[in-house]
Unconditional design. Sequence first.
Length: 365
Amino acid sequence: MTSIVPPSTVASPTNSTSRQPIVLAGRGWTLPPGYIHLGVAKEIAPTLHDFGVDPDPVIREAGLDPRLFDDGTNVIPHAALGRLLTLSVACTTCPHFGLLVGQRATILSLGMVGRLMQHSETLGDAMRALVSNLSIQNRGAVPSLTISGDIALFAFSVYQPEAESADQISDGSIAVAVNAIRALRGSDWRPSEVLLPRFAPVDPEPYRRHFRAPVRFNQETASIVFPAHDLDLRIAGADPMMRSLLEERILQLKSAQGSEFSDDIRRLLRTRLTSNHCSADDIAHLLTMHRRTLSRRLKGGGMGYRAITNEIRFEIARQLLQDTQVPLAQIAAALGYSEASAFTRAFRRWSGQTPTTWRDEGHHE
């Protein structure tokens, strides 16, 4: 099975003063928190080419070596992806650049997880495989799948602190998720609707054209809404032996990768913080451990549960204030505050500013 994945190259974060790209080789497939396999992001270079822009100088300005983009299994910091998308939007003046990147990507852009999806028994199994295993490809964002009655909701959330271009990352991630479902169900598949946590664009047509469904902007999360019964649809050509081999390989990668406990908690919180099931007791129960064990393991990593919860709340708040027009009261409620005033006090503690001031000043790095 080792032949499935070529050895990868890992780009380290660069010194921000020199912006010289640094490349480290030989870390194999272990993926530290805050890093991603290029995967979908590999499509940034050809998308820049489509606009007549030479991608190499843009990639270098983001602190990366352009040679990394030769292979989707190479690894970069999630923060560098955000910087690169910010620069790409600026030099193309295209506000939906992330959508175009996601449009170009395929189910195989999701690497081994995409292959596992292809060999899953049903669409539901494929989506659950994506949710359960994306962490071997991406330690900067987290997917989730929830079913409510006859509606299924696939959501994608950025959870790395101070991520730039979270709106572009969300656009691209939802775009490739729809491509992946179409690869499994047929190119005529369309969601019931798509929700995006970004300002409504001047021209929404590129979104409608790709998703072929109603698109709602200024939403709290990036989500694909579709009928739950679609999850029962069987996938043609799925090979049970290949599925078993891929599952075994992914399990080996997860074991070798290990994980920082605090990063696991961040991933859980990012998908649950807006659903009011995220107390320390809730998370401890989810992980089948005692609350005191949870606290002890987090303190061993230098951060308590409350500090991590506030970090994620601050990250969600910043994304919604920066990229959407969601009202403050709605953001406060989504983050579990009973009143907008309590949210305002917390945000002032975190940032030194009120949410209104922060939004009005337009914190678009």
